[in-house]
Each structure stands twice: as structure tokens, then as C-alpha cells.
Design a binder for this molecule. Sequence first.
Ligand code: BZD
Length: 839
Amino acid sequence: QTLPNSSETVTEVRVEDDRTGLSVETLKRAFADNLFYIQGKFPQIASKNDFYMALAYTVRDRLLRRWLNTAETYSRNASRTVAYLSAEFLMGPQLGNNLINLGIYDQVNQAMQELGLDLRELLEEEEEPGLGNGGLGRLAACYLDSLATLEIPSLGYGIRYEFGIFDQDIKDGWQVEITDKWLSAGNPWELPRPEWSVEVKLGGHTEKRADEHGNFKIYWVPNQVVKGIPYDTPILGYKTNTANTLRLWKAEAVESFDFYAFDSGDYLGAVHQKTVSENISKVLYPNDNSAQGKELRLAQQIFFVSCSLKDMMRIMEQQKVPLEQFPEKFVIQLNDTHPSVAIPELMRLLVDEYDMPWEKAWGITKQSFAYTNHTLLPEALERWPIGLFGKMLPRHLEIIYEINKRFLDEVRMKFPDDTDRLRRMSLIDESGERYVRMAFLACVGSYSINGVAALHTELLKKDVLHDFYEMYPEKFNNKTNGVTPRRFMVLSNPRLCRLLNSKIGDEWIKNLYELKKLEAFVEDPEFRRQWREMKLEIKQDVADYIKKTTDIDVNVNSMFDIQAKRFHEYKRQHLNVLHIITLYNRIKANPDIDITPRTFLFGGKAAPGYYIAKLIIKLINSVGDIVNRDPDVRDRLKVVFLKDFNVKFAQRIYPSADLSEQISTAGKEASGTGNMKFALNGAITIGTLDGANVEIREEVGAENFFLFGLTTEEVYALKKEGYQPWEYYQKDPELKLAIDRIASGFFSHGDPKLFKPLVDHLLGNDQYMLLADYRSYIDTQDRVSEAYRDIDRWVRMSILNVARMGKFSSDRSIRDYCEDFWKVQPVNIELKEYVQATA
Ligand code: BZD
């Protein structure tokens, strides 16, 4: 194109080039331009954050064409779409991932180098959106990556929390929570779309009145209305033209309410109202695997769910798809029960607002939803007290009662005269204070119910949802979790990728089963040498990081034994600590003992209100203080707690592991996904037969996996016969000494009170059966130490783990969802030339 109105010195200028060009030269020019025109800085005075922002905008420009073309194509074809509803999306930093998925990492790296900047440093600058607690939120993020890579039309819907998961600091060995101000430096990856704002009603009461035709109808008279504003973030597929959307809702006050209050002179009341509204998307609840019956949490749930459903209806209207075809246009995946009020909300919209008959609306609803369960822990199953629920959502409660009435009729029909079954299955728990049971609501309102690993799904069918399985066996299915190899291998472990690519090419990035080809090289000593060297380099990087952040020296030849995940008693970080103390005690008893050197690394946050979990963090730090300084240890053991475990940090740490600790009580960890990330980076697992560990072991082979502990059946049986932790303590001298040393104050400057609550838990009822599994764990750890001494054997195991982990790509999971019950097809996106608007 030529510039219009330019004089005789017309030069060929491609206006769009600086926004789309991928050459190093263009990237440099665009970067300088963004630094100047967006950040308002020239290089001499720019901060690192300015440079980061300039680069982020440069990259964003390059993905906008994909994004708009994708949206336009979906809209033109009215494509069937997956709506993934989740209260959490733990996305992690965006820049690096976008560089990988656009395939321009190397060019940008070079461009920055030529400008005297270090791309890795700029990547470090990004404040990550920590809008999730752990596995559930990160799974949602991996699934968006795979959906885009597989070119599946999809939308992620969630909440744009102003404050995500807190930052963790450690003071005197204790966790301290710091507000996560991730938005304070601006977020270059999102675009607000105020024109698509919607209103959500809350509270008040319902009335039965005649409408204009004299028909009686229910009207909901709310006492609060809030506005939801969508903020869109592009989700690029890996080396495809697809760029899907993550749409997060921010809550704001509705102007009319302010005007009303201002008119009536109630200035402070209006400001208060504004605060109340904005509070809804203010902060992520920091509990993982535990439900809290807080009013604000329910407000968050209905808020994002209602916004999202109305958004889907807007999209249908715009694409001229009739409302009756809702289940053909959208499949709504419920990421646990957090979005399950969507079921009564869709009923309310159809029946009350679109005047649809109940039966027809229910038919649509039942065909639109699919529910994923992520936990069997009773404390994590959401139940809302009827009083609280009815106060916030009076109309939804009526609808749930109606759903329940019809549902119980169905149960009665299928199982006549079984009143106990009716009581057990009712959507309303009437055993004491009355509650709405959200998991049951999700089961009744969905056409598919899935667990997240084979064992987990079996336990759902046998146990937590057994009655529902008998009622609707056809709804139940398993979808074993997966993780994205783009973020957790390509981006996080470039050394491994280079080595893999040199042997088997790079097809594995899109088809992880290709890793199988590595098996051909496992007998090649030169390859094993390279593998070992690679691991050592990675460990050196992490050792440098540990030195910088904690001033602890670690030996890179020692085994890196890592447990990184949320702190929870069922995950049993304290079982790991009992092993550390046992090794330490052996050294104290015999300082010259021949012991395999280990570096124990821990990372993870505890819910701020979970006292015992926080005490376990304190215990790790206290044991570290003793072990790391005791001259008898002679640096053979090191214990390091790395603070503030988040996605960025996870990417750094997974590649360095020799040993991956996956040691939950059997039957408690639904799947786990950290277990997959470690193994994909060449760590060997020590683990119980829990969650996806079972399937990992099946894939990599029992000889390449260190198994220990009770099975789920054995756990159940032992509980039933009356488990006595005290007996294990009395019978096993090593166990007794380890616990006695904690109890005596050995690790707490002589204070026996500090860890007493923890000791009491263990010797009292030991809910998670650490003492029952202790001996098996220790003996297995001894075998691990033995194996590590034969480093060649260890390297073989490491290679075979990577080679056989193909199943655990989130691409496989998403393909399973698509084929099994989403029934949605890929849509190819053609990239059209950028077209300038013409008059
Ligand atoms: O979900 C986790 C499970 O514990 C893991 O086993 C599993 O791998 C992942 C993904 O399926 N569950 C959670 O992370 N749960 C929560 O974070 C959560 C948050 C709020 C309320 C209840 C649970």
C-alpha cells in the first residue's frame, strides 16, 4: 500500500509490517516504537518493566490478527463451542508461552540481544496472573492451551480477581501471606470489552404476579444489581492460527444505583454500594480442597456464571442461532461444582426471562452441562446452608426445590419403596441444618459426570456418588488429567528439548506419544552421558538460585528430592519430614554411616486458615535449621524450603528433580498433575497407588517407579478394623525416635509445645495414616538411595520415564473429552491479510 496524500516521494510502506512482521529487524523496530509510544520512555530512562511492557505489546500485536480471524471464523460458521466454566484459571506468565506458541522465541531472543537486553530477564519481569489455588486452576489453563492447539472453538469463562493467590513469604520459619497485586503494573495481555457488559441480580425476594396477559408468573425482586465487565485474553495454539479467548468478569457498580443514591442525597450510601459491588471480584479464596460457606464466595459463583450464560445467549443471538439450539451451540463444562449454580440459573433464564415451559427448559439444560469432579475429600464437597442460599438467590432456591421434587419422583419410580435412598440422594441435605448439595445438583443437571483419573472415577462410582451411579450409570466416565508439554517442557526445559529434538525431531511437542522413540537410544552410552550432563547443568542453575535466595549451598551431585505442591495433611509433606529426620538420626547414631547425599526441596503454600498445614511448613524450616548446620551431617543432607511456589517457580524447579514425591494417602489425591510434570522432565517417582500415580506407573513400568504404602482397599479396611497409630509408634524404633525428637523440642530450641498439635494428630487418630505407611516409605526410600548410587541405572530409568509419559499430555485429555461427549470438531483458521478499513 502507499500512504494516501503523500507527495512525489512516495515510498512503498507496509503500514502493518511493524505490527505483524517477524524478522529480527522488524521486531526491533516495533519494540522501540512501543517503548516510545506506549510506555512513553526512551531506552536511557526505561525500567526493566518498561522493556517488558514494550516487548509484551510487540508480541500482542503479532497475535491480534490470529485472534480476530479466529473470532470472525467462529462467528461466521456459528461453530459449536466448548464453554469451560471455572472459578480458577492459574495461567502463569504469558509472554514466554506466547513466544513459543507463535514460534518466534529465537527471533525475539536475538532481537533483544542486539538491543543489549536479556530476554530471560524480561520474562522474569512478568507478574503472573495467579488466579487459582493449585491443580484445579492449573488444569483449566493447560486445557485452554490444548483446546487452542487442537483448533477447538472454545471460551474459558471465569473471574478477573483483582488479587489472586497470595504471595508467600517465610518469616522465622512461618508462612506469611502478602497481597498479590498482580495488576498494579498493568496487564498488557487483556482487552476490556465494556460493550458486552451484563447485569447480575442478587438478594431480595420473589413475587407471584399476573403479567400483561393475565398469566401468573414469578418475579424476582432483587435488592442488589451488579455489572460484569468482560476482560478478554487471547489463548494461542501451538503453531496453529487459532487464538481462542479467556473471558474473565470484573464486578462493578451499576450506574443507575449510584444515580439513585446521588439523587436522594445519600452520597456515602452510593459509595458504599459501589464498594459492595466491586468486592465480588476483589479476591480469590485461598483454600484448596476445602469449601467455605461464605456469602461472598456464593456471590462470586453466581456472578461469573450468570455473566457467562448471558454472554453465550448474546453470542447465539448475534449468530442467529435460536435459543432452542443451546445444547447444539454450546457444551458447558463445569470445573468442579464452583460453577454449578449455572444449572438453576440457565433454568431461570429460560423459564422466567424467555417464558419457556419447564419441561422444555429442563431438556435443554440437561443436555448442555457436563460436570468434572476433582475431589473425594468430604470437606471439599460444596454445600450451602439453605438460609444463606435463599437470602442471596431466592429464585434459584425455588428452582432447585422444583428440580429436586421432579428428580425424587424419578428416583421413586426407579427404586420403589426405598426411602433411605431418597433421603441420601435428595439435593437438600435434611440431616441437621439444611443444605443444598452442589455435587448432587451437578449430577442431576448434567449429561456427563467425570473423574480425573481412573482410580478416582472408580471411587466416585463406588463411594461418594454411588447412588447417582446406580441411577445414571451411562453418565459416568473417566478423563485422566494431562498437562501441556508446551509450557512444562518446551518453555521450562530448553536443555531437555534440545536433546530430544536432536534425537527424535520436534513432532513430540504436538504428539507426545512420539517420545516413545527415545527408547531406541536408552542403550546408547553417549546419549546417557548427554542426558546426565544435561541434568547436572539444570541442577546447577537451581543450585545457583537456591544460593541467591536462601544462601544455602547445595551439592549438585546429591539427589534432588522434591515435593512441590499445596500443603495439606492428605498430601503428607510431614511423612517426607519423618524420612529426613530418620536419615538424620542414623547419622547422629553413626556419623560415618555411608549415606546417599540428598537435597530435599520443598515448595508450596498453605491455606491461611489451615493451622496444621502452616505448622508443617514451620517444621520443615526448623528441621532444616538443625540438619543444614550440624557438622556431623557433613553436607550429606540439605533441607531447603523455597518460598512462594507459583507457576513461574514451578517451571524452574520441575526440570531439576531426580526424585518426585507423590506420597498422598491412597484414595485421597484425585489425580495430581505435578506428578506428570516431574516425570515428563525425567524425575523418578516415589509414590503411593493414588490418583494418576497408578497410571503413570502402568505407563513407565513398575521397575521405573518406586511404589510404597497401603492401597485404597487396605486404607479402608484398616480404618474399619480400628486403626491404632500408637501401635506402629511403639513397634518401630526408628519411627519412635523420629517422633520423639519432634515432640521433645529437639527441633524447636527445646520447646516441646511448638509441634505438639502435630504430634497429637499423629499419635491420636492419624487420619491420613502416616504411621501405617512409615515403614514401607522408609524401606522404599532406602531402595531409592541404593538405585541412585548406580547412576547409569538411574539415567536409564529417567530416560524411560520421559519416553513413556506420552499419555499425560493435556492434548490427549482434550481429545478424549471432544470425542467422548463434547462432540465438537476442530475448525481450521485461515489467516487473511490485514485489511485496512476503507471508506
Ligand atoms: O484438582 C485438585 C486435586 O486435588 C488434584 O488431585 C487434581 O489433579 C486437580 C486437577 O484435577 N483439586 C483442586 O485443586 N481443588 C481446588 O483447588 C479447590 C479450590 C477451591 C475449592 C475446592 C477445591
